[in-house]
Design a protein around this ligand. Structure first.
Ligand code: SF4
Length: 576
């Protein structure tokens, strides 16, 4: 290594420098990246968060990453910095992928960064392998920056003990005549290289700096703490996305990671610890969606809904059985959702909700097409029964923002008008219930990224900050009875995968997490202030998982006939 002081070394009179990682996303994938960044990183710094992290008085700002230039608001960060009279110097640290390669366009691009300016271009074995034109870009940057009064520094990083200390990297930089502009260092033992025992510990040349991570967290001069916090940021696992529920592993990646042994009135049962209890309303639905999941589930097992459906009509028998079920399941403490049929048209709903409240059932949810939420039962509108009994989540199905399109798609004449939906959301919010709009992805309705954005913006306009988009469920080809719902679903199903791949590159959506279930797969994103959930499910996986572990119960359904079963078919897996 060179013995003289490196370029851009700290000096006593240099102002405080802020190193701002605008994102942990990178369009390269250096295996030892010191900021734990890669193409799967999905966290992007907020401009206001950076403003909050700046020190009092004069400062220098280094925009880094991940790859800072892929941040959708990269130029906004530059404008903010240049508009701040306290900024004394701007530094951009980049892998160069996004930089124009023609002199005139590069000049315009670099001019837009303003002055005084330093550009640090990263050079290493991986970046040279991925981009044979990188050193030519470096030479061009040098020429253009010199004409603009800016400075170029090559951050040349070498792996000690690998490929002759990466001699070919140093040779390439030397042969390009760029060594005088390079800071050549061996990589250090932190970030993705934290296990490289023969590499040096990180070394600090100065202490007058702070670091900002893409989630807005701020660090003092502790490189390891900063990069470990970068490692902990959400990362999208593309392998898991590919496998989906085939990658479900109860002990390794489920939300609970364990089962519980229960005694259901003396009968032993092994139940997934985070199982949900669905109270399946006996009220027939007043919509006739061609994509109805209630009809799809029995059809997947070769039966029509009308054939399997029986109802306990005696209220006292029904509620005694519900109380018995909740008592038996108390040691499991399942989350409880009320679904249908159509719960909002069910005259029993207020009493069901009061019963769940009496049992202090966990994370109570009601799923509805919304049509009856303003109907008055027992002296109160249903939306008020929902809030007053402590329901946490209200899912309202809506296939399209436009009222008439939605009515046609769901074949629902009584759907909530826009004004009524807004009123429902308002009353829910005041009462502490979070509303989520649920939209199926249909080839002839909501099916593109722009459609998603329109739908989310519509949700926000009525006060909803939580939206779920569902791919139509796939059925079990070995048992399915191809009725109208199955045929429609196979015809109109919009595949979720291509949409997710587009979202991963769409900076309006920020990845939050993945959830893999025994027959479903979920990805969660943020879009502005809205939580956006994507879900797909495959009923063939559900049956396969049941065959693989026949005695393990994953979900619990209290059927309209007042019986508890471990499946959505009242004739299969009856427990109580
Ligand atoms: S070292 Fe730089 S270019 Fe390489 S993955 Fe990390 S941020 Fe990207």
């Amino acid at each position: 290594m060179k013995s003289e002081l490196p370029h851009d070394h700290p000096t006593d009179d240099r102002p405080h420098r802020v190193y701002a990682a605008l994102t942990n996303h990178c369009n390269r994938a250096c295996p030892w990246c010191s900021t734990c960044s890669s193409p799967t990183g999905q966290t992007f710094l907020d401009r206001a968060a950076l403003r909050r992290a700046l020190p009092d008085g004069r400062y220098e700002l280094q925009l880094e990453g991940g790859e800072p230039t892929v941040h959708p608001e990269f130029w906004g960060f530059v404008e903010d910095a240049r508009a701040d009279p306290a900024l004394s110097h701007l530094v951009l640290c980049t892998n160069g992928v996004m930089l124009p390669r023609q002199a005139d366009r590069l000049k315009a691009w670099l001019t837009r960064l303003g002055t005084p300016l330093t550009v640090k271009l990263s050079i290493n074995h991986h970046l040279l392998d991925e981009d044979p034109g990188l050193l030519a870009l470096a030479s061009l940057c040098l020429e253009v920056l010199s004409s603009l009064g800016g400075t170029l520094i090559l951050n040349v990083r070498l792996r000690r003990g690998i490929e002759n200390d990466d001699a070919r990297v140093l040779t390439a930089v030397t042969e390009a005549g760029l060594l005088p502009y390079a800071n050549v260092f061996f990589l250090q033992r932190y970030g993705f290289a934290s296990d490289e025992q023969s590499w040096d510990e990180p070394y600090l040349a100065g202490m007058k700096f702070s670091m900002v991570n893409p989630d807005g967290s701020v660090f003092g001069p502790d490189l390891v703490a900063r990069s470990e916090a970068m490692r902990a940021l959400p990362q999208l696992d593309l392998g898991l996305r590919k496998k989906k529920s085939a990658g479900f592993d109860l002990s390794a990646n489920s939300t609970a990671r364990k089962t519980l042994s229960l005694s259901l009135e003396g009968r032993p049962a092994e139940v997934y610890a985070n199982a949900n209890l669905s109270v399946y309303s006996a009220q027939v639905c007043n919509a006739r969606c061609s994509f109805c999941v209630e009809e799809l589930r029995p059809a997947s097992r070769g039966k029509e809904l009308s054939v399997q459906r029986t109802v306990e009509s005696d209220d006292e028998v029904y509620f005694a059985a519900l109380a018995r079920t909740l008592t038996a399941l108390a040691p499991l403490n399942p989350s409880v959702s009320v679904t249908g049929g159509e719960p909002s048209k069910d005259r029993r709903l207020p009493r069901i909700l009061r019963t769940l409240q009496d049992f202090d059932a966990r994370k109570r949810t009601v799923t509805t097409n919304g049509s009856g939420l303003l109907d008055v039962h027992e002296g109160r509108a249903l939306i008020d029964w929902i809030t007053v009994t402590g329901v946490r989540h209200l899912n309202i199905s809506r296939a399209h923002p436009d009222h008439d399109r939605n009515a046609a798609l769901m074949q629902l004449d009584e759907g909530l008008s826009l004004a009524d939906l807004t009123e429902v959301v308002r009353r829910a919010k005041i009462g502490g219930t979070r509303v989520r709009l649920s939209c199926v992805l249909l080839e002839h309705a909501i099916h593109t990224v722009d459609d998603l954005c329109t739908y989310i913006d519509f949700a926000a306009s009525v006060g909803v900050d939580n939206v779920i988009f569902r791919q139509l469920m796939k059925t079990d080809p070995t048992t399915v009875a191809a009725n109208r719902v199955v045929k429609y679903s196979d015809r109109q199903r919009t595949a979720l995968d291509p949409l997710l791949h587009r979202l991963t590159r769409d900076r309006r959506f920020t990845f939050q997490r993945q959830i893999v279930g025994y027959y479903y797969y979920v990805e969660v994103y943020r879009y502005g202030t809205t939580d956006v959930v994507f879900e797909e499910a495959d009923l063939a996986h559900l049956e396969a998982e049941k065959r693989r572990a026949p005695s393990l119960i994953h979900e619990l359904i209290f059927h309209p006939n007042a019986k508890l079963a471990s499946t959505w078919q009242p004739w299969d897996g009856v427990l109580l």
